[in-house]
Design a protein around this ligand. Structure first.
Ligand code: MN
Length: 232
């Protein structure tokens, strides 16, 4: 085939076994922990809703590394959202929740980095969130742990520290919509495919980070994701 220009290589995320996981799409779940929904001014009892980031928004951080995210343009209120990321190894449509776990290939720790000031402005105007959510490097992610080694993750602590101070804390069992229910709901709206990543929502305690901050996210069974904000 003759291309107009060389097609870009796929975005990838390292796997703990040394291989790479090619990213197809990034789905994100909004307000999926009750306390976070309440802190954002909602009831915590809404049906699940979704937004997306481009696949090349991933900022992969290998196990044991300190990743680095440049402070993005246009914002003065860059927020952290620590999230369990589910990596799909197979896809489908209209997947029942009882079979959804079969699609899961692995899990990772992710950060849904958000230009909150821009997102809030878009919300106020009834406009799309893309400028607040779907910018470059807005999806830092640690190594993917195969489900074959972790088992199905349905509980366990999820935390985020900034400069050694605990900011966010929750438990995967607090998800309003479980991973399986989320996969089922997504598959009614989109055709899920191998390589899809699902950022499953963040617990309470979101807040701003500044250049020079160091973030450490942790999920029981998945180790840590370490990220420095700002240029070296
Ligand atoms: Mn989020």
């Amino acid at each position: 085939m003759s291309f107009v220009f060389q097609p870009p290589s796929a975005a990838t995320v390292p796997v703990t076994d040394g291989r790479s996981f090619p990213v197809h799409r990034i789905y994100c779940v909004g307000r999926n922990y009750a306390e976070h929904a309440i802190e954002m001014g909602h009831t915590g009892r809404e049906p699940p809703f979704f937004f997306m980031k481009p696949a090349d928004a991933v900022l992969p951080v290998a196990e044991g590394d300190l990743g680095r995210m440049a402070y993005p343009p246009l914002t003065q209120n860059l927020h952290h959202e620590i999230e369990l990321v589910v990596a799909l190894g197979s896809g489908g449509r209209d997947v029942p929740a009882e079979r959804a776990a079969e699609l899961i290939w692995g899990y990772a720790i992710g950060l849904d980095m958000t230009r909150r000031d821009l997102q809030n402005e878009m919300k106020k105007q009834g406009r799309p969130w893309c400028i607040g959510k779907a910018f470059e490097h807005s999806a830092p992610i640690g190594a993917i742990h195969p489900k074959a080694t972790t088992g199905e993750l349905t509980r366990g602590a999820i935390t985020l520290d900034v400069n050694g101070q605990r900011r966010q804390t929750g438990d995967l069992s607090d998800l309003i919509w479980s991973v399986n229910e989320t996969i089922a709901a997504l598959s009614r709206a989109w055709t899920l495919a191998p390589g899809d990543l699902i950022y499953t929502g963040t617990p309470a305690g979101v807040g701003a980070v500044m250049a020079g901050d160091t973030l450490v996210g942790a999920i029981e069974g998945l180790g840590e994701l370490r990220l420095a904000i700002g240029a070296e």
